[in-house]
Write a protein that binds this ligand. Sequence first.
Ligand code: UD1
Length: 430
Amino acid sequence: MERFVATGGCQLVGGVDVPGAKNSVLKLMAASLLACGRTTLRSVPDILDVNVMADVLRALGASVERDVAEGSLSIDVPERPTAAADSDLVRRIRASVVVLGPLVARCGEARVALPGGDAIGARALDMHVSGLAKLGAVVDVESGILVARSSGRLQGASIWLDFPSVGATENLLMAGVLAKGTTVIDNAAREPEIADLCAMLVSMGARLDGAGTSTLVIEGVDELRPTTHDTVADRIVAGTFAIGALMTGGDVLVRGGRADHLEIVLDKLTTAGATVDTRPDGFRVRAERPPRSIDVVTLPYPGFPTDLLPQTIALEAVSEGVSLITENVFDSRFVFCRELSKLGADLRTDGHHVVVRRSDRLVGTHVAASDVRAGAGLVLAGLVAEGITSVSEVHHIDRGYAAFAEQLRLLGADIRREPRGGPDARRDDR
Ligand code: UD1
C-alpha cells in the first residue's frame, strides 16, 4: 500500500505532456475484438487500467503486447474469441463492460461479470441491457454474470437513451457496427472519446454518421478489419494540470492538451482568474492573481466534466469567495469532500450540491483517495496545504494518471511516492 507525500507551498511551473485518454483507450482496446487480426493502438497511457484491460483481452484469447516506451499496444484477436470475460478482472474496472457489445456482435454470446470501477455511485447498466435487447440479444443475469445471447446476427434498431450514458453509447455502437441493417442511437453521449471510438471503427470499415453528435446512425457491415489508431489526448489529465496551475499560482504549458475539448473548463478557469493561451502544441495556463470562486454544474459533454469535479472543489477551497458546485452525473462523488475537509476545507454538502467557502488555510494531514479523480483532487490540495499531506490508496490514482508524482515534481512540486510504512522501501514512480 503506497502513498504520495507532498509538502505544500510550491508553484507548478513548466511544461507537461498529456498522454492518450484512459476513457478512450480502454474502449479502443475493446473495439479491437470486432476484427480478427492485429490492431495497433498508439499514444497509450502507462496506467493501471490499461494493464487490467489487456488481461481481460488476453483471457478472451487475444494476444496483447505493450511497448511502454513507444506508448503502443498491439492486440492480435483470434478468429473466435472466448465469449466469457474473466470475472475477477472485469470487476476491477467498470470500463470492461464494453466488451459485451463487441463479443455478442462477433460471437453471438457474451458473458461479463457485473463490473467494478470507482466507488462513485450506483452506476446501473439498464441502458446497456435494454439497448442490446433492442438489437435482438437476450440478456440475463446468471449468478452475478451478465449473459447476452443472440441466436443469429444482431438486428439494427432505433434506440433512445434516457440519459447520454458514455458506456451505453459505446457498447451499443460497437454492437451496431456488425448488426444487420440500420441502427440509430438517439440521445447518444457526445464525449470526444466517443468520437475517437467512431474514428477507429470507421478506419476498421464501419459505416456510421454523426460522430460527436447526439444521433449516431450506423449501417451494419458483415465484417471489420484490424487497424492502427492514435488515442485522443486525455482531457481530464490536461484539465487536472490546468487546475493545478491556477491553484498554485503557477504557469503550466499543457503540451498536447486539446483546448477544444475543454472549452467550458478553460472558460471557467479564466473567470476564476487564469490567463489561458491556446497554442498549436497545446495550451498554457497562467495564474497572475489568486483564484476567485466560480460556480460549476457538471453535465454530459460538452458540459463541465464530472471527472474534474474533485479537482475543482479543491480549487474552490482556496479561491476567494463562496462557490456552489452541482453534480448531475454520479450520486456519490461527494464522498471526496469528507477527505478534503480533513485538510481544513470549508465544505457543506446538500444532496447533489456542495457549497465551498475559502478556508483561511489548508493544513496537511493523512487522507485517502477513494477513486481516481478524488485522488488527483487530494494531491492538488496537498500542494497548497501547509506542511505535509499524505494521500494513501494511490492505486486509484495509478488507474488514470501515468507517473503523476513524477510529472508534478518536474513542474516543481515537492512530492514523492513511498510505501505506507515510510520511505525505506520507496520505489520509483512508474
Ligand atoms: C464514463 C467514464 C467516467 C465518466 C463518465 C461520465 C470511462 C471508463 N468512464 O463512465 O470516467 O465520469 O463516463 O462522463 O469512460 N447510468 C444508468 N444506466 C446505464 C448507464 C449509466 O443509470 O445503463 C447512469 C450511471 O449510473 C451514472 C450516469 O448514468 O449515474 C453516467 O454514467 P455513464 O455516462 O454511463 O458513465 P460510465 O460510462 O460508467
